[in-house]
Design a binder for this molecule. Structure first.
Ligand code: CO
Length: 176
């Protein structure tokens, strides 16, 4: 089922999500809803979606850096690159956004490499290292599970928020 994506003003997005105890039918349905909901987004499209964004405060998210969707359950950070930020210049950096705040983006810096331990949707335990865009999405989604939004990170980094309107970037006030 395609679910409504909650907006950043929704208090439930600030709650911490609980770990999944057992991958049962309910969790499989939740994963299916996440996939259907993410695939249905067209303006803008999304590249990741966390369970709290569709109203379920459980440690589940999906990422879609390209064609394939990957499901991540109960992620634990094993290692995160010591070099804190990517060396890329600001203009080369990906503007980070969120389906809970469509059309708004900010130039967030995140560690370029992350190793996590997690369960896939069949309950298999995995350990994988992600880099670049994937590492960025994973950190964004893990933040969702902790009740943290990318606009919080923008404030921490004293970065600006931009609205993308008719192909132009417009600076807007960042108020949380
Ligand atoms: Co988001």
């Amino acid at each position: 089922m395609i679910r409504q994506v909650l907006k950043t003003t929704e208090p439930r997005l600030r709650d911490k999500s609980k770990p999944v105890k057992k991958i049962d039918k309910k969790i499989k349905l939740l994963v299916r809803d996440l996939k259907n909901t993410l695939s249905a987004q067209s303006n803008p499209e999304g590249i990741g979606l966390a369970a709290p964004q569709i109203g379920k405060n459980l440690k589940v998210f999906i990422i879609k850096p390209a064609k394939d969707i990957k499901t991540i359950i109960n992620p634990k950070i094993v290692e995160i690159s010591a070099k804190k930020f990517s060396k890329k210049k600001k203009k080369e950096k990906i503007m980070e956004g969120c389906l809970s705040l469509p059309h708004f983006y900010g130039p967030l810096k995140r560690p370029p490499k992350i190793k996590i331990e997690y369960l896939d949707e069949d309950g298999n335990k995995k350990i994988d290292t992600f880099e670049g865009l994937e590492a960025q999405i994973i950190q964004h989604e893990i933040d969702h599970l902790e009740g943290v939004l990318f606009i919080d990170r923008l404030l921490e980094q004293k970065e600006k928020l931009y609205e993308y309107v008719d192909g132009e970037w417009e600076e807007v006030d960042l108020i949380i």
